[in-house]
Design a protein around this ligand. Structure first.
Ligand SMILES: Cc1ncc(COP(=O)(O)O)c(C=O)c1O
Length: 398
C-alpha cells in the first residue's frame, strides 16, 4: 500500500460515514444573499451577525489603511511589525471591557484560534502546577490550546456549575484556570458566567471567557457577555473575536495589564507569527465605532427581532429546535445522513444552512446550524422557516 492509498482509504471511510466535508465557493460579498457555485442562495451560515462584513464604511477605512500603511506588516509584532494603529486598536478594544476588568489592557491577535491557543499556552507556562477546568462543549481552539500546553485538564459537564465547584474545591494547583465559551458555538446557549465567576473568586481561579459569538451582539453597547451579565472582576481574562459580529478578522485578549504583558512575552502564537496587516486595524477601528454607536444598537435590535420571528414561524414536530436567545439557532436531527440530506434539500430550495456533524459536535447530535444576521429581511427568515417545516415533513423517518 502506498502512502497515498492510506489517504484515499481514510477519505473513503469518511465518505461512507457521511462525514466527508466539501467546500462551497462564494463569488459575492458576504451578506444575506450569496452567489455560490454559480447559484443564488439566501445564506444562513455566516457569523456576520450584524451584517458588517461588506459594510462600505469599513471597506473605506480599510482602503484608507492601505493608503497609509500599504498591505503587509512586514514582520512579527516583537520585531518590526507593530504599528501605531495596532496600539490605537488595542486601546480601543480595552475600552470595550474597561468597566468589567480593572486595570485592563488588550492584545490583538491575527485570529481567534491563535488568541485562544496563545493565551492558554502562555498561562499554562506561569507555573508547573497549573490546572485547567474546561467546559465540555468548549470550542476546538480552546481545546487545542490545552493540548499544546500539555497541561493537566479536568472537564466539567455542559453548564454544570456544581461539578465545576467539586473540581475546584479538591484542586491543590497553585494556578487554576477555568475556561469556557460564553455563547456555545454549535448550541447557541449561554454559559452561566455569573455563577462561574463567583466560584473563580471563591477558589482563587482565573476565568478565561471566549466571547467569540457574544462580542458585538450581547450587551446594550455590544460590549459582549461581560456587559450582558454586568460582571466585573480582576479574575477575568476575556477573548473577543473580530471576524464575526465585527465583520473583519482577528481577535483580542483583554485582562489585567500584567497578564497582557506576560502574553507578549510568552504567547508563542503571538510572538512567532507575522503581525496582521495594519490596514485591518484601521478597518476594525471603524467597525468598533459602528458597533458601539446607534447603528450597532439598531442592528442588535433587528437581530433579536429576527430570532423571535424564526422561533414563531418554525413548526417542527420531530426535529428539535435548541433553546437559544442568540444569533445561533440550531436544529437537532441526530443522524449524519439525514442532516446532509436536509441541508441539500434546503440548498435546492435556495437556502444555505450548514450541516454540522461529528467531530464538530458529539456523535448522534448532527444538526442544522442556522445563523441569523441583522442583514436578513423578515421575508428571508419567514421563507426559511416555511421551507424547514416542509423539509422536515418530507424527510422525517421514525
Ligand atoms: C467559540 C469560538 N472561539 C474561537 C473561534 C476562532 O476564531 P477565529 O475564527 O477568529 O479564528 C471560533 C470560530 O471560529 C469560535 O466559534
Amino acid at each position: 500500500m502506498s502512502p497515498l492509498d492510506t489517504v484515499l482509504a481514510r477519505l473513503a471511510e469518511l465518505e461512507q460515514q457521511g462525514l466527508r466535508r466539501r467546500r462551497r465557493t462564494s463569488d459575492s460579498p458576504c451578506g444575506s444573499q450569496l452567489q455560490v457555485d454559480g447559484t443564488h442562495v439566501r445564506a444562513f451560515c455566516s457569523n456576520d451577525y450584524l451584517g458588517l462584513a461588506a459594510d462600505p464604511r469599513i471597506a473605506d477605512a480599510l482602503k484608507d489603511g492601505t493608503d497609509r500603511y500599504g498591505v503587509g506588516s512586514g514582520a512579527s509584532h516583537l520585531i518590526s511589525g507593530h504599528y501605531k494603529v495596532h496600539d490605537q486598536l488595542e486601546q480601543r478594544l480595552a475600552s470595550f471591557v474597561s468597566e468589567h476588568i480593572p486595570n485592563v489592557a488588550a492584545l490583538y491577535f491575527s485570529t481567534g484560534y491563535m488568541a485562544n491557543v496563545g493565551a492558554i499556552a502562555a498561562l499554562a507556562a506561569l507555573d508547573p502546577s497549573v490546572e485547567v477546568f474546561s467546559e465540555a462543549l468548549n470550542h476546538a481552539s480552546l481545546i487545542d490550546g490545552m493540548r499544546l500546553a500539555r497541561v493537566k485538564v479536568k472537564v466539567y459537564g455542559h453548564c454544570d456549575v456544581s461539578e465545576l465547584e467539586g473540581l475546584l474545591a479538591t484542586s491543590s494547583a497553585r494556578v487554576k484556570l477555568v475556561v469556557t465559551d460564553s455563547v456555545f458555538s454549535m448550541d447557541g446557549d449561554l454559559a452561566p458566567l455569573p455563577r462561574i465567576l463567583q466560584l473563580c473568586e471563591k477558589y482563587g481561579a482565573w476565568l478565561l471567557v471566549d466571547d467569540a459569538h457574544g462580542f458585538g451582539t450581547l450587551g446594550g453597547q455590544g460590549h459582549g457577555a461581560l456587559e450582558h451579565f454586568a460582571l466585573r472582576s480582576e479574575h477575568l481574562i476575556y477573548v473577543g473575536t473580530l471576524g464575526k459580529a465585527a465583520g473583519v478578522g482577528g481577535a483580542f485578549v483583554a485582562a489585567d495589564s500584567s497578564v497582557i504583558d506576560w502574553l507578549v512575552q510568552r504567547a508563542r502564537a503571538y510572538v512567532y507569527s507575522t503581525a496582521s496587516p495594519p490596514a485591518l486595524a484601521q478597518a476594525l477601528l471603524e467597525s468598533l465605532d459602528i458597533i458601539e454607536g446607534p447603528d450597532g444598537k439598531s442592528r442588535r435590535a433587528r437581530l433579536h427581532h429576527l430570532i423571535d420571528l424564526l422561533n414563531r414561524e418554525l413548526r417542527l414536530t420531530h426535529w428539535t429546535k435548541l433553546q437559544s436567545s442568540t444569533a445561533i439557532q440550531p436544529i437537532l436531527l441526530g443522524d449524519n445522513e439525514q442532516v446532509v440530506q436536509a441541508s441539500r434539500q434546503l440548498h435546492e430550495a435556495g437556502f444555505w444552512v450548514p450541516a454540522i456533524r461529528p467531530p464538530t459536535v458529539p456523535p448522534g447530535t448532527a444538526r442544522l446550524r442556522i445563523t441569523l444576521s441583522a442583514a436578513h429581511a423578515d421575508a428571508d427568515v419567514a421563507a426559511l422557516a416555511d421551507t424547514l417545516n416542509q423539509v422536515e415533513s418530507r424527510l422525517y423517518r421514525p
